[in-house]
Design a protein around this ligand. Structure first.
Ligand code: HEC
Ligand code: HEC
Ligand code: HEC
Ligand code: HEC
Ligand code: HEC
Ligand code: HEC
Ligand code: HEC
Ligand code: HEC
Ligand code: HEC
Ligand code: HEC
Length: 333
């Protein structure tokens, strides 16, 4: 037993053997019966300094607490119960790489290059970390990871995911939910969603990934679809039209009038009405659309100007997103 090259490197096994329980003996026997797992083809040979695969039983001997958590994850279930290929059978080493060099001196900080680690303190370059994950998770949602704003800001998969524990119900995230995971860096958005008028995200009706793909996309702001409008049409289909009479800014970009996350003006508007409309339609509106003087407001002494009060412009121009009425050229009907 002592002659086995891997076990002789593990202090726990060398000194703990005398008092070892029957279970531990069985574990050791099973390790000896299968000292190495067949080497998978995918990772480059030089990974972890040319180390060899030792099999998960060896890792678990020292990392039982981590294994207890890991056991509840979708990875553990997939790799152990239903592995689709040799790589998945590697279990721990599918992500951390071959472990034989790590065993030689695990506690020595100088020996950290012997293993792919995903925590900041461990020091494995981010590119190498993401390469491990992407070796199984290519394509699909992850097609645009390279060059995405998250990748170029040096985020690692493990900045949002924790595959070692089941913290979230879905997605193996770092926090309990999607929004909380994003808020851990995007504080400003947390305050936007707390505004008086906001998309019903805090209420749980939607989450960041209903509009964004955090893994990258074809649009600048990581939108799921190619443009802002396509993203909004996904749920607000009726705003797509086609309309007999289109309102140019609606067709161009919903953000001409709305905020995406939240606003202190009703209906997520960027600016209160009538100022919203006046930004583009001053007095060229064909009728008076700005106040002539202060007497026109309520209590101003003169006749209050109906065009500027209450829903103001939309008292008459109610079909602001477009109209299908033959007489709706001015969006009144
Ligand atoms: C002999 C006991 C022992 C064995 C066997 C062992 N490790 Fe470790 N491992 C350690 C110790 C000790 C540390 C802490 C090193 C440190 O903090 O510098 C560690 C650290 C780690 C880390 C931490 C990385 C980080 O980001 O902090 C990972 C991952 C890891 N081991 C994975 C494995 C894997 C995978 C295997 C099986 C191939 C394995 N270990 C086998 C003792 C062991
Ligand atoms: C799907 C990829 C994956 C697999 C499989 C995996 N790990 Fe990890 N491991 C990670 C990631 C990512 C982290 C960093 C988690 C974090 O940010 O806290 C990590 C962290 C760790 C750490 C250090 C952090 C801690 O929780 O103490 C240890 C030790 C570790 N893993 C051991 C193991 C062992 C042992 C196995 C097999 C039983 C295993 N890992 C399987 C990806 C994986
Ligand atoms: C050996 C292949 C392999 C590696 C390496 C791997 N995964 Fe996975 N991953 C899987 C499999 C298999 C599943 C199960 C779901 C499926 O069939 O796609 C999965 C599922 C996931 C899920 C979805 C969980 C859910 O509840 O839907 C996430 C998130 C994930 N992996 C992230 C990671 C991250 C982050 C890494 C790198 C630290 C990583 N994976 C490394 C194979 C792998
Ligand atoms: C900025 C945060 C963030 C980063 C960085 C990130 N993810 Fe994700 N990922 C998420 C969120 C959020 C989900 C959706 C989870 C859900 O639906 O419950 C997700 C879902 C997934 C899924 C399951 C859905 C699917 O595509 O099958 C996998 C696998 C996955 N991520 C892998 C990765 C890998 C690999 C990396 C690194 C290249 C990575 N992620 C980087 C946030 C992130
Ligand atoms: C670990 C920190 C971190 C986490 C977690 C994170 N992000 Fe980011 N995100 C960044 C950084 C850094 C940038 C680039 C700098 C910036 O614009 O703030 C960025 C940029 C973005 C952008 C583009 C901003 C722009 O102006 O182009 C979007 C959209 C975004 N993140 C969405 C998300 C979503 C959705 C999640 C959750 C799934 C998430 N982020 C989680 C760090 C993070
Ligand atoms: C209803 C769809 C939607 C939801 C839900 C959503 N976003 Fe956005 N987000 C957008 C749009 C649209 C933009 C602006 C895109 C543009 O102008 O190009 C944006 C922009 C951003 C930006 C860039 C900076 C800015 O504010 O313009 C970040 C960062 C961001 N979102 C993060 C998040 C986070 C984090 C969440 C979840 C807490 C989230 N978003 C939820 C649609 C959404
Ligand atoms: C994933 C679905 C989804 C997407 C995508 C989406 N919305 Fe919404 N939106 C909702 C839901 C749900 C409500 C709440 C409706 C309700 O309470 O009756 C809502 C409400 C609104 C409201 C009214 C808010 C209020 O105070 O009544 C506006 C304005 C709005 N969305 C604009 C947008 C814009 C602009 C986009 C694109 C950036 C967008 N939405 C994308 C689901 C979505
Ligand atoms: C020209 C400014 C403007 C543009 C551009 C605009 N909206 Fe609006 N939107 C408004 C105003 C004003 C209201 C308030 C309507 C009311 O009170 O009757 C509103 C209300 C809404 C509402 C809630 C009430 C309703 O009609 O369902 C939704 C949802 C909405 N807009 C979605 C969108 C989407 C999606 C786009 C892009 C395709 C868009 N808006 C573009 C001005 C605009
Ligand atoms: C971002 C600029 C912008 C905003 C904000 C805006 N509009 Fe427009 N609006 C336009 C443009 C551009 C046209 C098309 C003008 C044309 O065809 O000559 C238009 C056309 C119209 C028309 C039809 C006029 C015509 O000549 O066909 C009406 C009525 C109108 N807008 C009312 C409003 C109202 C009411 C609001 C506020 C809720 C508003 N608009 C907000 C840019 C804007
Ligand atoms: C009391 C009803 C009413 C209110 C309130 C109102 N309008 Fe109008 N608006 C009309 C009518 C009626 C027309 C059509 C005039 C015509 O066809 O000559 C019109 C025409 C327009 C036109 C098209 C002018 C053109 O040259 O064809 C614009 C732009 C417009 N309004 C903008 C606004 C704005 C901006 C506001 C708010 C500041 C507003 N309206 C408030 C009734 C109203």
């Amino acid at each position: 037993m002592k002659s086995h090259p891997i076990l002789s490197l593990i202090p726990t096994f060398r000194f703990g053997m005398v008092a070892a329980s029957a279970a531990a003996c069985m574990l050791v026997t099973s390790i000896l019966a299968k000292p190495k797992v067949a080497v998978a083809p995918t990772p480059p040979a030089a990974l972890n300094g040319g180390a060899e695969y030792v099999g998960e039983a060896v890792c678990i001997a020292c990392h039982a607490p981590q294994n207890n958590q890991f056991t509840h994850t979708v990875h553990a279930k997939a790799f152990r119960l239903n592995p689709r290929n040799e790589k998945e059978k590697l279990s721990c080493e599918a992500c951390h790489g071959p472990g034989s060099n790590h065993l030689k001196d695990p506690a020595n900080p100088a020996n950290r290059v012997s293993l792919v680690g995903f925590t900041k303190s461990w020091g494995t370059p981010v590119a190498q970390q993401t390469a491990m994950c992407l070796s199984c998770h290519q394509g699909g949602q992850h097609t645009f990871w390279e060059g995405s704003v998250h990748a170029t800001n040096n985020l690692s998969c493990s900045d949002c995911h924790n595959p070692m524990a089941k913290v979230s119900t879905t997605g193996l995230l770092k926090k309990q939910g999607i929004n909380e995971t994003c808020y851990s860096c995007h504080q400003q958005q947390r305050s936007e969603f707390a505004k008086r008028s906001h998309m019903p995200l805090p209420e749980g009706k939607l989450s960041c990934v209903d509009c964004h793909n955090p893994h990258g996309s074809t649009s600048k702001t990581l939108l799921k679809m190619d443009s802002v409008n396509e993203t909004c049409y996904g749920c607000h289909t009726e705003k797509r039209g086609p309309f007999l009479w289109e309102h140019a800014p609606v067709k161009e970009n919903c953000m001409s009038c709305h905020n995406a996350h939240g606003s202190n003006h009703e209906k997520l508007l960027q600016v209160a009405r009538p100022f919203l409309c006046q930004q583009c339609h001053a007095n060229a509106a064909g009728h008076q659309s700005v106040l002539f003087n202060a007497s026109q407001i309520i209590g101003g002494g003169g006749t209050p100007n109906a065009r500027m009060l209450g829903r103001s412009c939309q008292n008459c121009h109610s079909q602001i997103h477009g109209s299908n009425h033959p007489g709706g050229a001015r969006f009144q009907r």
